[in-house]
Design a protein around this ligand. Sequence first.
Ligand code: SF4
Length: 343
Amino acid sequence: MSLPDIAAYDRAGLERLFSEMGEPRYRARQVLRWLWVRGASSFEEMTDLAASLRQTLAERFTIGRPELVAREVSSDGTRKYLWRLADGATVESVGIPSGNRLTVCFSTQAGCAMGCAFCATGASGFTRNLSAGEMAAQVAGVARDFSARVSNAVAMGQGEPFANYDATLAALRILNDPDALGIGARHITVSTCGIVPGIERFAAEPEQFTLAVSLHSAVQTTRDRLMPGVRRYPLAALKDALLRYFAATGRRPTLEVALISAVNDTDEEIDSLVAFCTGMPVHVNLIPMNPVEGSPFSRASDERVRKVLHALSDAGIETSVRAERGADISAACGQLRQRVSGA
Ligand code: SF4
């Protein structure tokens, strides 16, 4: 049987572990720094731990380090990565440089069970949940590749983060921890399809992590078709949860809408979107959809994107159009994995 990965523990988990071992709490800080600041790949390197403790740890744990199996670089500087995990499962991450910022989009599951109609990952199904260490290691790996500090991280690659809630939260805490990746909580975002119980739990977390919801349509039948995995959380329940989230945190969630020609850019869709957002403290992010090979969907025209933008702005809803990045590489989620593995 394979040993557990020590990188899957956040500070609280390590503190519990060391207290069970009769070790002082500060061992957690030492191990976090070895794993995430110094990039240790063996316990032997952790020279400020006693040799006997290093040996005990080596007998009980491994240190998971995903292996880079493919990397693509876009002409705009965006880099896409495919990692192989210890059991052979593969996941993707994206690094997006912009000025002095580096944003990393990381996966929370290998594959995904949500089945979104426009998504390459959704089409190839669910493999397994990732551990917190496997998530944070993607971010650390991208930082290493850019030789830069990661300023922003988004749980928005493959997978539904709230379908793997505990591990995702532990990963966010590793990313945020000043003795690990040290990314400010407000610069760490979870992007969910709209799993209402997950939003409710997230609202109660003490850190100021931010929330994005993939809305894609405010017409129930369209949303059900595009995102069958969240049919059981209807739009009215989602809106209630978002209002409660704002009331509890004071932070405005972002609503993501990937605009697809003749699907969610029609006049009826625009009216419903405006109605859904009215009275909600949200920011709407319109995304001209990256094309997915073999998909029946095509991106909305610039004219329709402008129409949606103006309708929302005229209604007083803060809206932006996300600059398209990495269009010349396999930048839509699941595409690099699909291309490399033929999955
Ligand atoms: S878009 Fe995200 S949530 Fe939907 S199927 Fe793809 S990976 Fe899963």
